[in-house]
Design a protein around this ligand. Structure first.
Ligand SMILES: [Zn+2]
Length: 541
């Protein structure tokens, strides 16, 4: 039992904006009252629910290849063991244990890997088992899946829906993810999709059909999170038109557009980027079916990793840095390239400004989530600095003087005076991502919520405040105190179990017999071996 008294509580989901109130915890949950147990006096401190990172890359083969590929990244940042915690390494692609500890030390208690190919689900679950503290889940790549494209082409809507449900069950995933729909399949023979109506050769479907069909299936299955979309043409000048077309293609269906910063570029392909945030933000502001996370770029060295193989090849050609590309049979692909964002570089400054423009121009903070698309835009450990940029306009103005002035002058960023309040920060880092993900017990501190709580000392320097919480509590256990990890726990894995018609299994089995190197029986993840502490999120069929 635990009671936190005298703290200023920011709990937007329950409309609590800085009121002093007690938080009581019993048996891992927030309760109305407790008697006995430990009391934490949070006088003069700020209390928020634990942070929720709704889009990051922390597990699975792509992340692990990046760890092997970027030994220089490991060498720069060794993490020694302590009597309580394991050793690790990695500046931009930390090892599993270091990932968990660093999220915890920053007050984040949940994190979702945004792109796991179904065939690699076991690997992702194994790494989750080794990632301490945070609750986690992953989104399942489906935008280039051959079985799915065949069903779409044949107009088999029911079969498609049952297969999506079967696949989520089989791999114990949380949501449907699209990455460059159709484009990754075309890339396997050297092509790419450049527009929503390009045909995926050999399948007779288009990116538009893939987006619409999987948005529809996600809604029909009542999945807690809408289809999660990485649009076509990521990182290409002029891609804002594809992004706007994708939003329109949803035709009112719910959809989440990932790392929207990387999809908001004007200009001509091959040329300099300009910002088209005002037009896109206007569309999102007026269309409540759409949510976004930002994918903020921060200056410095990082690692780009994505299921979007052709994008990584493009990055490799531009930068000349080392490159890995992997195709995954019948399903997806991925690529990895180290990147360095430079503050005097025209394109990089424009990318940095575009992310911040999104924060400035989104009127409804409930439909926007803070992300760096870790580690694509920057490591997740940059979140406190981004929070300072949002909360402190003087700091932001000073930063504006240090970047490429020509580039910044072509964006609206210098015109904005907006400063985020603590309440709004609690929305975009906790309450909104939890709501967008459909996590009923996370992102808030009402009765029955998971007792994931972060307590900060107040500080004028918001970066310092958010980088070093005073206490971090996970499911009622005080894990971090005065900046040190005091005990280690292992979070849960969250997944969905939508129902499906078992008759679909015959078709899937036939497909496996013909095209997979894996036997149908060996494909589903065994719960008892791979999810020692699972938590199922019920979905209503
Ligand atoms: Zn991503």
């Amino acid at each position: 039992m635990l009671k936190i008294i005298n703290g200023e509580v920011y709990d937007p989901a329950n409309n609590i904006n800085g009121e002093v109130r007690d938080i009581c915890i019993e048996e891992r949950r927030v309760v109305a009252s407790v008697s006995g147990g430990r009391t934490i006096d949070a006088s003069g401190m700020v209390i928020m629910p634990g942070g929720v990172d709704m889009h990051c890359h922390i597990a699975g083969p792509k992340v692990n290849i990046a760890r092997k590929m970027r030994l220089e990244d490991n060498r720069l940042d060794p993490v020694p063991r302590t009597p309580l915690t394991r050793s690790g390494a990695g500046k931009t692609v930390p090892s599993t244990f270091t990932t968990g500890y660093r999220y915890a030390a920053m007050g984040y208690t949940s994190a979702f890997d945004a792109a796991v190919p179904p065939l690699a689900a076991r690997h992702a679950h194994e790494e989750f088992m080794d990632t301490p503290v945070v609750d986690k889940g992953f989104f399942v790549l489906m935008g280039n899946n051959e079985f799915i494209m065949q069903q779409i082409a044949a107009g088999e809507r029911e079969k498609l829906r049952h297969y999506v449900a079967w696949l989520l069950q089989a791999v114990k995933g949380y949501a449907v993810k699209l990455v460059n729909p159709g484009g990754v399949e075309l890339w396997k023979s050297g092509g790419n999709a450049h527009g929503l109506d390009d045909e995926v050769t050999g399948f007779g479907v288009t990116p538009r059909q893939i987006i619409q069909s999987l948005a529809e299936a996600s809604m029909e299955l009542h999945l807690p999170h809408a289809v999660h979309i990485h649009c076509n043409n990521l990182g290409v000048a002029g891609n804002w038109e594809t992004t706007l077309e994708t939003m329109k293609a949803l035709e009112g269906r719910n959809g989440h557009l990932a790392h929207i910063q990387f999809h908001s570029y004007g200009g001509k392909p091959g040329g300099l980027f300009t910002s088209r945030v005002p037009e896109l933000a206007e569309y999102v502001n007026t269309h409540p079916n759409i949510t976004v996370d930002i994918g903020q770029v921060m200056f410095g060295d990082t690692t780009s990793m994505t299921g979007d193989g052709p994008l990584e090849y493009m990055l490799h050609q531009i930068s000349g840095r080392k490159w890995i590309n992997v195709d995954i049979e019948n399903e997806e692909g991925c690529g990895i390239v180290p990147v360095e964002y430079k503050d005097k570089n025209h394109v990089h400054t424009t990318q940095w400004a575009i992310g911040l423009e999104w924060f400035m121009l989104m009127q409804d903070p409930w439909r926007i989530a803070l992300s760096t698309d870790h580690p694509n835009g920057a490591s997740f450990i940059a979140y406190p600095q981004i929070i300072r940029l949002l909360m402190d306009r003087e700091y932001r103005r000073e930063k504006l003087k240090t970047v490429n002035l020509k580039a910044i002058g072509k964006t609206t960023l210098p015109d904005h005076d907006r400063e985020y309040s603590l309440f709004e920060i609690a929305v975009i880092t906790r309450a909104a991502p939890a709501r967008i993900l459909g996590l009923k017990n996370k992102g808030h501190l009402g009765i029955g919520a998971d007792a994931d709580v972060t307590i900060y000392d107040k500080h004028d320097d918001k970066e310092q405040m958010f980088a070093c919480p005073r206490y971090v509590i996970k499911e009622g256990a005080v894990l971090v105190e005065d900046g040190h990890i005091r005990q280690e726990t292992f979070g849960r894995t969250l997944y969905v179990s939508p129902r499906y018609d078992p008759a679909i299994e015959k078709d899937i089995r036939d497909f496996f017999d013909k095209y997979y190197t894996v036997e149908f029986e060996n494909y589903p993840v065994q719960l008892e071996h791979y999810l020692p502490r699972p938590q199922e999120i019920a979905t209503v069929p």
